[in-house]
Write a protein that binds this ligand. Structure first.
Ligand SMILES: Cc1ncc(COP(=O)(O)OP(=O)(O)O)c(N)n1
Ligand SMILES: Cc1nc(C(=O)O)sc1CCOP(=O)(O)O
Ligand SMILES: [Mg+2]
Length: 232
């Protein structure tokens, strides 16, 4: 089991057209495309997800889609999961909602400290992203947290920890040495002219790492969000 690769969308940070860049990264082997369209109208994000799902299926690309923030869009598109950011619906509310419906996708969230990570785990998330590990254009002026704190969080949690923030092909080995379950990136893939090749190179480096993830994703990863796992 190798660590997973999440590609996160950003409306400002992409060299190719965003949808094309995401598809290229999926064809390069990305495991998750996390659709993070801050401030985009729901209809626009919904249409982007639907279009990506259709184009991924045409290409037989296996990447799963996670929706940032919008639980409603995750349900409506039967996405593989929802990622809760700092100002999203509280974890407890998202977990309760999932218990009441047929959608059974992943629920993940962003954390930035050990106590937040432990609280998120106790509230029932399936994974956390922890960052930012290195300096990142997305959060300028906030000090990076580094791999030592990442290693402590990985050690203390039983659920998968995905490292995020400034991770590149050059630094991925040091990140994976912590035993984290994956990495999430924007710039290392979406700001490249050839996201497919950049993804393939990053995955090759991930596969070469001798340290394996301490925690595996739950079985929810194997299906689309709905209980029967059928494709839409
Ligand atoms: C200290 C700190 N606070 C917030 C963030 C970013 O928050 P997040 O919920 O992950 O939202 P986006 O990253 O999607 O903007 C941070 N990195 N550090
Ligand atoms: C979206 C995001 N969230 C972070 C967090 O720490 O929560 S860091 C980050 C930016 C990731 O982009 P890049 O790989 O280009 O640094
Ligand atoms: Mg974040």
């Amino acid at each position: 089991m190798r660590a997973v690769l999440h590609i996160i969308s950003d409306q400002q940070r992409h060299a190719l057209a965003l949808e094309d860049a995401l598809l290229e990264s999926a064809q390069g082997g990305a495991d998750f495309l996390q659709i993070r369209q801050k401030k985009a109208p729901a209809a626009e994000t919904h249409d982007l997800v639907r279009s990506l799902q259709a184009r991924l299926a045409e290409r037989a690309a296996k990447a799963r889609i996670l929706i940032n923030d919008r639980v409603d869009i995750a349900l409506a598109t039967d996405a593989a999961g929802v990622h809760l950011a700092a100002k999203s619906l509280p974890i407890e509310a998202a977990v309760t909602l999932r218990a009441r419906c047929t959608w059974q996708g992943l629920i993940g969230c962003s954390v930035h400290a050990l106590d937040e990570a432990l609280a998120a785990q106790a509230q029932g998330v399936d994974y956390v992203t922890y960052g930012h590990v290195f300096s990142t254009q997305s959060h300028p002026g906030i000090a990076p947290r580094g791999v030592t704190e990442l290693a402590e969080i990985v050690e203390r949690l039983r659920i998968p920890v995905i490292a995020i923030g400034g991770i590149t092909a050059e630094t991925v080995d040091a990140v994976l040495q912590t035993g984290c379950s994956g990495i999430a990136v924007i710039g290392a893939i979406l700001e490249r002219r050839d996201p497919r090749a950049a993804t393939a190179e990053l995955i090759e480096r991930m596969e070469r790492c001798a340290v394996r993830p301490r925690a595996a994703f739950s079985r929810r990863i194997d299906t689309r969000g709905s209980k029967d796992g059928k494709d839409v």
